[in-house]
Ligand binder design. Sequence first.
Ligand code: V47
Ligand code: SF4
Length: 361
Amino acid sequence: MMSKLFDTIRAKIVAGARISDEEALALFASDDLLAVGELAALANARSNGDKVYFNVNRHINYTNICVNRCTFCAFSREDAEAEGGYTLALNDILKRAAEARADGATEIHMVGGLHPDLPFDFYLEALAAIKADNPALHIKAFTAVEIDYFARLTGQSVVAVVSELKAAGLESMPGGGAEIFAAEVRRQICPEKISGERWLEVIEQVHQAGLKTNATMLFGHVENSADRIDHLARLRRLQDRTGNFQAFIPLAFQPDNTRVPGAKGVGGVDALKTLAISRIYLDNFRHIKAYWVMLGLKIAQVALAFGVNDIDGTVVEEQIGHDAGADSPQQLNKDQLVGLIRKAGKLPVERDTLYNEIRQY
Ligand code: V47
Ligand code: SF4
């Protein structure tokens, strides 16, 4: 029976047709990890060949103070008095950006908590100052959650907020804050956060403003397979309308220091299956990214045989996953990324944020 499922899906991939939600659910139910992975590898090879992308980037998390306090988040703090609470001054941000540029970075990935007191001008000034110092550095910053927060903070529309951020130097957005769209799951893991519907609505407006973004899915907490498929289905529909998603990034939940009852984190089999099914289901996403910070280097490398064609970047300073117990390194250098990809039998390609090729190795 299962082999019929795999035959049907293989035929669809070859014909460029889409799999249904029921077929995706059946893949999640299958124990044949290698068969799922092989289909994902086929789908990936058809659009990306042997190429695996990475970039040289640096993360800057400007504050961990956040009014939301999602239960899965070990990074956030209630206020400045809480132990470990911090907010970077503009100079600290600029120092990090200057170091990134000196290290050959092409991208700054900048996100943070929803700070109760920082004015919208703080973010505009940070963008403008980074750009003034480093005109060639691409700034990928803020999630839909932050954009919605800025809109509420300023009493402006999403369109107006995005246009000010763009004018100050924002060039694209990462994919965070999506978590799992289903309301019942959000009620348990991020009751204060904007709804899944709002996340999609904000991103649609960002796409209409001409910015590319990524999309993520936080998996391995309280959600089930149907919730994951629902999440993928909503992303596939939005991508049909805008085409401005670049990469999809399943984020493996890290449970340490979090407040999600009973959540154990993600095993290697589930991680690989989820990446593979994402590749097969999201036929309109060109790039599926294995974020090594959350997956660990070994699973991220093996994922390259399971439909993944992007292994993220050098990262340099990561708080969100490591505060929650991720046992990956803080940073990788270019040689390590190239080595990981090469030893998986793939062709390492350094890219910029918009997937222009910088160099093949
Ligand atoms: O939105 C928070 C997640 C996200 C935990 O777009 C956690 O290129 C696992 O979105 N365990 C931020 N995940 C990170 C993110 C990202 C990372 C790398 C590349 C890109 C990209 C985007 O991290 C949050 C949330 O979903 N997160 N806590 C945790 N305990
Ligand atoms: Fe705040 Fe984001 Fe952490 Fe939620 S995941 S508590 S919104 S920093």
